[in-house]
Unconditional design. Structure first.
Length: 120
């Protein structure tokens, strides 16, 4: 079971967008021409632009986290796979080396015995 993650203040929430607009409208020094229209007065292109901006911002933040988690999991998985592969390779090399040394020793002993027998 996964633990609930603490709230990340870097992830934008929809209320931030609306509170930013409220502050701009509450500012008496702000110029009326520069203010965005009320939400009820928004046109379809404005809603589409808002949706696009929110989607882009959320995607960027999610992709950053996904990249980090993916890299970490891949690193952990590769570590296990590589340890298993190295253990198998080490066992094969050990067996091959033992067989090679054994055949070299048997051949050397046979040659030496043959050499000793020929000197009689």
């Amino acid at each position: 079971m996964t633990q609930a993650r603490p709230f990340d203040p870097n992830i934008p929430v929809l209320t931030e967008l609306f509170s930013d607009q409220g502050e701009a409208q509450a500012d008496p020094g702000a110029q009326p021409a520069a203010q965005e229209p009320l939400l009820a007065d928004w046109s379809d292109p404005e809603w589409a632009a808002l949706e696009r901006r929110l989607s882009e911002r959320i995607l960027q933040q999610i992709q950053g986290r996904v990249d980090f988690v993916l890299e970490q999991r891949l690193r952990d998985s590769m570590e296990q796979v590589l340890q298993h592969a190295v253990a198998g390779l080490t066992a094969e090399l050990r067996t091959g080396l033992h067989d090679t040394i054994e055949s070299i020793v048997v051949r050397a002993v046979a040659q030496e015995l043959s050499h000793l027998q020929s000197q009689k």
